[in-house]
Design a protein around this ligand. Structure first.
Ligand SMILES: NC(=O)c1ccc[n+]([C@@H]2O[C@H](COP(=O)([O-])OP(=O)(O)OC[C@H]3O[C@@H](n4cnc5c(N)ncnc54)[C@H](O)[C@@H]3O)[C@@H](O)[C@H]2O)c1
Length: 255
């Protein structure tokens, strides 16, 4: 008996990166839980395709094309969400990119692209929802990474951006607790999506090494993130803010 602690029915949830592996797993699970969804992604065709896979939920879904690194696009997306559904209860920042190379090789453009999308884009969306959310309270979930905590030689801007996302989460949590807005992060480990697939292609033996170094001895699936997302979006987490949940099969616990 959970007394509705995990209930998401009629919650208005805005998800960036909704067309991605993790975003679409959360989208499907939240739609089945009765949430109203704003699916925001740079890949409009992909989000429209995602909406088509949920014909029974089409009345409760709004697809928005967005580049999260541009503040005015974030503000416009939130405005459309409020126009359509009257409020935003939950924001999930899942848009993210990575380009792997040694640090001495990054051009300024590639650095800017990664940090602008992963870190500034997350901040832009948080700032855009602040006003409508502070009217009635809400919850923000930022998708960081195990690379918010640990790192490797080939991900300098990605690690810097994801470390920044974790610190941003803490700062916003401190500031916005008085507005009844909780801000937390989920830190996924190695999850089988398009984002991580490139690393498997680029690095010989990587797929196997992930399995060897992960105590649970497998890659994560996008669906593995859904439980933490439901917890942090629902009243089950009402005294939780400024923290993060690792969903990594134990990989960061392993030396
Ligand atoms: N897959 C993993 O192993 C892993 C591990 C740790 C953290 N993460 C994080 O999880 C989140 C989701 O990643 P994923 O694995 O689902 O990857 P993915 O590539 O499948 O999805 C990312 C989505 O973000 C969208 N996106 C990229 N740039 C955007 C922009 N400027 N504006 C709007 N949308 C944009 C893409 O179109 C895509 O749909 C990312 O923040 C990623 O860094 C992933």
């Amino acid at each position: 008996m959970t007394n509705g602690l995990f209930d998401l029915s009629n919650k208005v949830v805005l998800i960036t990166g909704a067309a991605g592996g993790i975003g679409s797993a959360i989208t499907h699970a939240f739609a089945q839980s009765g949430a109203k969804l704003i699916l925001a992604d740079r890949a409009l065709v992909a989000i429209e395709g995602l909406v088509e896979t949920m014909p029974e939920h089409q009345q409760d879904v709004l697809a928005i094309e967005i580049e999260v690194q541009f503040r005015e696009q974030c503000a416009a997306a939130v405005e459309r969400a409020v126009e359509r559904f009257g409020r935003v209860d939950v924001l999930i920042n899942s848009a993210g990119v990575n380009t792997r190379m040694r640090p001495e090789k990054y051009s300024e453009d590639v650095w800017d692209d990664i940090v602008d999308i992963n870190l500034k884009g997350t901040f832009n969306m948080c700032q855009a929802v602040f006003e409508p959310m502070s009217a009635h309270g809400g919850k923000i979930i930022n998708i960081g990474s195990i690379l918010s905590l640990v790192s490797n030689a080939m991900t300098a801007p990605y690690s810097a951006s994801k470390g920044g996302v974790l610190q941003l989460t803490k700062s916003l949590a401190c500031a916005w607790a008085e507005n009844n807005i909780a801000v937390n992060a989920i830190l996924p480990g190695w999850i089988d999506t398009k984002l991580s697939r490139q690393a498997r292609i680029d690095i010989p033996g990587h797929a196997e090494r992930v399995v060897e170094t992960t105590p649970m001895q497998r890659w994560g699936t996008p669906e593995d993130l859904v439980g933490a997302a439901i917890f942090l979006s629902s009243s089950a987490s009402n005294f939780v803010t400024g923290t993060s949940i690792l969903v990594d099969g134990g990989v960061t616990a392993h030396v």
